[in-house]
Design a protein around this ligand. Structure first.
Ligand code: NZQ
Ligand code: ZN
Length: 401
């Protein structure tokens, strides 16, 4: 096991009525004026937003609401939020929603506390000095932003989707009531499950040293998500299944499943190629993040598995339940990839780009690879380093399947 730094300062309150802790926790932090940030309509329609407003008012907290965050959250909304926070002297941001709302909240938090233009931070031209405190009431198990140090924002000018990771943006608290996810449409539930699996796989398929414990946690997490996603297909209001998936979503992206395996920075493993490839896709075509990931993953996996077939064979056996053909790890590996794709299809998720309703032509493939390679200035991936040509090949395979 390699040395690592593990830092997860987010206080988690998990279970029924968890959202009622919001006001108390904000007061504990000494904050007085809250931006309540939310998405399109789900939090309003369910009555959650009203309950939060009442909770804050009764505790003597002032608040100002800002809704309208869309999936793949936009920079223009972030800028609106920064202006509002400055005008209203907001000192805390409460995100009520999923990854998009939490990420938009983090970006607003950066914008308020840093002198530069917020997009400069996402382009890596400036380093953040800090972030206004953010807390989350989670309504969808998926992105893991409630415990991650990341946020991902799309700039409509050029449709660039860029991520920023900084510890100051980790949520101070995450309030997780699985009942709040009962209203999710099956498609969003499935997208969330894919994303949770992918956050685990991105760390699992990296070239770090081995850690029996970290592997075991990762494999159990993936088996748990697969098992409970199947239950939710017929029982969307099964509390325990929702709870297992919600907790898996946080653990999949709070770095637990990367500890001790080395890889990129801080001794925590990570490949992230599928994510990088997907971000260009959802940046340009505005697809749901989970669906974009499932459309690309199989093409990535078949492109890279020969770097370490035994790793893919271990995944096939321990996660997907494929029989181990000891003398032929490559065959076992390929069966594991096929089994995961079959599971994605079972959830109604795409396993190719055309299934997203996107037909890529040669120019599109060039553009995606060019953008994903940051104008041919970077490689992506850790399991196998991928240059611009590799990226194009994977996009092309994914658009043919
Ligand atoms: O806007 P509303 O009406 O709330 O509808 C949302 C949205 O349309 C709906 N929804 C959420 N909770 C609901 C609900 N509908 C009914 N009942 C509920 N309880 O679900 C839709 C998707 O919401 P969104 O927040 O976009 O989903 P998700 O959590 O998957 O977030 C996706 C974003 O997170 C980024 C993605 O790239 C994408 O932009 N990611 C963020 C990460 C991070 N910060 O660590 C890591 C991830 O890899 C990912 O890149
Ligand atoms: Zn993701």
């Amino acid at each position: 096991m390699m040395d690592f730094t593990y830092y997860t300062p987010t206080k988690v309150v998990f279970g029924r009525q968890a959202e009622e802790h919001a006001a108390g926790l904000i007061r504990e932090l000494g904050c007085k004026k809250v931006l309540i940030h939310y998405g399109g309509q789900s939090a309003k329609a369910s009555g959650l937003l009203d309950r939060i407003c009442t909770n804050l008012s009764q505790a003597g907290l002032e608040y100002v609401p800002l809704g309208g965050v869309v999936p793949n959250p936009r920079l223009s909304k972030v800028r609106e939020g920064i202006r509002l926070c400055q005008e209203e002297n907001v000192d805390f941001i409460l995100a009520v929603g999923g990854g998009s709302v939490i990420d938009s909240s983090k970006a607003i938090g950066y914008g308020v506390l840093n002198d530069c233009d917020v997009w400069e931070l996402y382009l890596g031209k400036q380093k953040p000095k800090g972030c206004l405190p953010v807390g989350a009431v989670l309504t969808i198990a998926a992105a893991g932003s409630e415990m991650s140090e990341s946020s991902v924002i799309t700039n409509e000018d050029g449709w660039l989707k860029r991520g920023l990771s900084h510890e100051s943006s980790r949520c101070r608290f995450a309030l997780m009531n699985p009942e709040l996810t009962f209203t999710l449409p099956p498609y969003q539930t499935a997208c969330g499950c894919v994303d949770i699996l992918m956050h685990t796989m991105e760390r699992y398929f990296s070239q770090g040293s081995s850690s029996e414990l970290t592997d075991g946690i990762s494999e159990a997490l993936m088996r748990t998500v697969i098992h409970n996603a199947r239950i939710l297909k017929s029982e969307p209001q099964n509390y325990n299944a929702r709870a297992e998936i919600m907790w898996a979503g946080s653990l999949a992206h709070n770095d637990l499943t990367g500890c001790g395996r080395g890889g990129q920075g801080k001794g925590r493993a990570g490949d992230w190629a599928t994510h990088q490839l997907e971000h260009e896709l959802s940046g340009i075509f505005d697809v749901a993040h989970g669906a974009g990931l499932s459309a690309i993953w199989g093409s990535w996996a078949r492109y890279v598995y020969r770097e370490n077939p035994s790793r893919f064979a271990q995944f096939a056996v321990n996660v997907m339940g494929v029989p181990n053909r000891f003398e032929m790890p490559e065959c076992t590996a390929l069966e594991g990839i096929a089994a995961m794709e079959a599971f994605y299809r079972e959830l109604g998720m795409p396993t190719s780009i055309p299934e997203l309703g996107i037909q890529l032509n040669e120019k599109d493939l060039d553009l995606l690879a060019y953008k994903c390679s940051f104008q041919n200035t970077r490689t992506i991936g850790d399991f196998k380093k991928l240059g611009r040509e590799d990226m194009r090949n994977i996009y092309e395979t994914a658009s043919r399947v």
